[in-house]
Design a protein around this ligand. Sequence first.
Ligand SMILES: Cc1cc2nc3c(=O)[nH]c(=O)nc-3n(C[C@H](O)[C@H](O)[C@H](O)COP(=O)(O)OP(=O)(O)OC[C@H]3O[C@@H](n4cnc5c(N)ncnc54)[C@H](O)[C@@H]3O)c2cc1C
Length: 425
Amino acid sequence: MAIESDVLVIGGGLAGLTSALSAARSGADVRLVSYKQSTLRNASGLVDILGYTPNGEGPLTDPYDAIPDLPSEHPYKTVGLETVRESMELFDEVTPQYRGSHTDTNALLPTHGGTIKPTARYPAGASAGVASDSRDVLLVGLESMTDFNAEHAAAHLDAAGVPFDVRGETIRFPGELRADAKVTRYAKMLDTNSEVTVRGRKKPVREAIAELVNTEIENESRVGFPAVLGDDHTAEIRQELGEKIGADVFEVPMGPPSLPGLRLEDRLFEALDEAGGMFETGNPVEDFEAEDGHIEHVLVEKNGAMVPYSADEFVLATGGLVGKGINSDREGVFEPIFDCHIDHSEDRYDWFDTEAFGDHPFASFGVTTDDRLRPLDGSGDLEFENLRAAGSVLGGYDFAAEKSGSGVSIATGYEAGNHAATEAQ
Ligand SMILES: Cc1cc2nc3c(=O)[nH]c(=O)nc-3n(C[C@H](O)[C@H](O)[C@H](O)COP(=O)(O)OP(=O)(O)OC[C@H]3O[C@@H](n4cnc5c(N)ncnc54)[C@H](O)[C@@H]3O)c2cc1C
């Protein structure tokens, strides 16, 4: 017996979750199946709509303004400007812990490398760090977290010409954490405000950190920490540190593994649950059965057995080259589940540019679709009448160069979910 739903979404990243959420909120009976953790674990947790044009112009002030001029194959052109706006309204509604919805203008946020990044939405915890604020900043690094060098990041920001003075200092995180402790260990200690021993005296970790920062701070009224300030009680931790230090405290978005990205993923799973969607993670979709261009069911591998999941409509949101939704071997580039067509040159040397920062075709590899996000084959015909694609499995854009990754996943996820729900009912 197949497990049944109106809409089956494959993939639990930003695109799959938005897709399942929009389908569930349209009244469809939705199930999401996903395999491993999504790209959100690696991403900063910032939500970019569009930071640069495909020609590299930018940073863009207003991403919506630039969308009408994007090339026709860009996913934003497929779904249209209004859908991008609607999808962001859904995002804003389900993520009250994000900021940026009050304006169409991109915010400029400092990154852990000391660059300034244009972004459309950012966690509340990062908001005191915006580069348009002229108050001076102290960046605080943690000795054991080598991927955030506060002094180095401050020097880079200074060289970038930010409109405030910025300094970096490094402190030793109080307590007995191993040198290679995971970011979640720091977060847990701060969440529980565990006791640590400092010079023979026990005290709560938040107090111990504030004391260390107070020996370093000068006239700065903003203090930025790497994004490890708790998982469950981030706002409370920032507030307490801020009160004890006498400054606004913010988190600097970090590289993998990214707590802000994981917090966002958790929140979206919660929102899907609240909307009545069902989900399961940990098992891959391996295969499918179709008749006359109509997918009957997909096969999910569970403990060595292949379990059929049937639905009226399917959404493919399995990610791009990073998420393994697109793969390649010596024969070519392929989409592993349905073998949807991926346009690419037969000559592998055409897949990349010889310049490291050149225009690499592989960065835009992905599925091509019709205007309702249904994948097309090499002749421009539908692969399947009841399959849609969303997120970084789509081709036609280079998210890393444009800074459009999350925005495309949200907009196309939203649109694919809506279309799938409408067709299924
Ligand atoms: C290092 C890094 C930093 C980034 N930073 C930013 C940033 O600052 N701002 C921004 O806007 N964007 C950023 N992005 C881009 C953004 O994170 C992605 O574009 C977006 O999250 C992609 O979402 P997705 O749902 O399309 O794919 P993914 O997040 O890759 O999700 C795909 C999901 O599908 C699952 N899956 C794959 N195959 C199967 C299968 N056979 N069966 C079941 N499930 C399957 C995977 O396990 C995964 O859960 C960054 C990306 C990276 C890699």
